[in-house]
Design a binder for this molecule. Structure first.
Ligand SMILES: Nc1ncnc2c1ncn2[C@@H]1O[C@H](COP(=O)(O)OP(=O)(O)O)[C@@H](O)[C@H]1O
Ligand SMILES: [Mg+2]
Length: 386
């Protein structure tokens, strides 16, 4: 059987919205693959999230919405193919990055102990604080009261100024809720203080903690002096080149900043013993430069790679314009709200062509008329100016 290419791969997508001080989940746990030459229909009742889902492909979520989990990988060879300079200066940068990575790699030997130290510290931290459950319980209550206050304040605005009675009673309700909020906040503080006092006074626990912590710290110091293997060094060279490829599209200043940012993230990952040979782990670590570029090959003066385009992670409008309207487009449901009745038909088609194909007005007109003819619109030349 012929292997079909996946064009768009969605994994575990989740979208949330900020609505009046609360965060609501609109869709969650959506995964699907769209293959080349395949159509896919999404069916669901009104409000089930069909539109929200598709808007994530084009960066068109309303401004109060955001992707809180998951990935949308776009496989588009033309967009993915990446070449960056690998001249003398660039080689020096790669060498510097490589040296730093090798230095950090020593930390990988101590990762297990490091994680033990962190777990020990977290345990102590938890012991001197109230439980997460109790804290969450308080937070939920406080959020609910805050929400009710906001609702009442909004309602107060709608009361006619002559209705003094209603204004007064609303004000009283708000006051009661504000007192309730203050009490919740005071209770939470008191409970936190209690927990921290109790932990401080538990001297046998504290002594055991200190001795265990000292033991682990000494072990850690010893572990991270080992010699980094050739295999790890090779992996680091590959990562150094991926860093260069991934930051290559930035100007000099932003590139330096991005490389330093990535080094910091990688150092932390090594400290924690993350599996850096794992593709998904590496994709995640490169999140802060938006796109990881996977190394493919190189020549004397160029590095060549392929970009992992994760639409869920795009932050800049500049990146979207490479994709939206060029590689992924939306045809809206309701033409009456999509087309503007006071702009000519031709203009509404040609303005899109000009925006995305960087051509002249004359050229755009020709292309628009060609498209109109193609879909069977009669007298396209004339209709263009209607
Ligand atoms: N900007 C927004 N703010 C808050 N909630 C929203 C927003 N846009 C959509 N939603 C909510 O997301 C859910 C899914 O909506 P939508 O994707 O439009 O449904 P449909 O399947 O009918 O296209 C609905 O509950 C809707 O109220
Ligand atoms: Mg819809």
């Amino acid at each position: 059987m012929e292997e079909k290419k996946v064009l768009l791969s969605v994994k575990d997508l989740e979208v949330k919205f900020h609505v009046r001080g609360r965060i609501l989940t609109a869709i969650r746990g959506i995964s699907l693959d769209i293959y080349e030459n395949e159509s896919i229909a999404i069916v669901g009742e009104s409000g089930s999230g069909k539109s929200v889902f598709t808007k994530t492909f084009a960066g068109m979520l309303d401004s109060n919405g955001f992707i809180s989990n998951g990935s949308i990988i776009l496989n588009d060879e033309a967009l993915q193919d990446t070449v960056v300079d690998f001249g003398e200066k660039s080689r020096r940068t790669v060498q510097n990055t490589y040296n730093k990575l090798n230095e950090y790699s020593k930390l990988e030997f101590g990762a297990k102990t490091y994680n033990e130290i962190k777990a020990l510290e977290a345990e102590k931290e938890a012991k001197s604080n109230i439980s997460d459950e109790l804290k969450a319980e308080f937070e939920t209550k406080m959020n609910d009261v805050t929400h009710d206050i906001t609702e009442l304040q909004n309602y107060r605005q709608t009361i006619a100024s002559s209705n003094k009675e209603e204004i007064k009673s609303t004000n009283e309700k708000i006051k009661t809720l504000e007192a309730e909020l203050k009490k919740l906040s005071d209770d939470l503080k008191a409970k936190s203080r209690e927990a921290s006092e109790a932990a401080k006074n538990d001297s046998s626990y504290n002594a055991a903690y200190t001795s265990k912590h000292d033991e682990l710290t000494a072990r850690y110091k010893n572990e991270i002096t080992a010699e980094v293997s050739e295999e790890t060094k090779q992996r680091n060279m590959l990562i150094a080149k991926e860093i260069q490829l991934s930051c290559g599209r930035f100007n000099w200043r932003q590139r330096t900043k991005s490389i330093n940012g990535l080094l910091k993230v990688l150092k932390q990952a090594m400290t924690e013993g993350k599996e850096l040979n794992d593709e998904e782990v590496r994709n995640d670590l490169f999140d802060n430069v938006t796109f990881r570029v996977k190394y493919l090959d190189e020549t004397d003066n160029q590095l060549h790679g392929t970009t992992v385009i994760n639409l869920a992670k795009i932050k800049s409008e500049k990146d979207w314009t490479q994709i939206r309207g060029r590689r992924i487009a939306t045809v809206f449901q309701d033409p009456m709200t999509s087309l503007n009745p006071i702009i000519t038909i031709g203009k509404q088609i040609s303005s899109i062509i000009i925006k995305h194909q960087q051509c002249s007005e004359v050229e755009a007109r020709r292309k628009a008329i060609e498209l109109m003819n193609k879909v069977g619109i009669p007298k396209a030349e004339e209709i263009f100016d209607d």
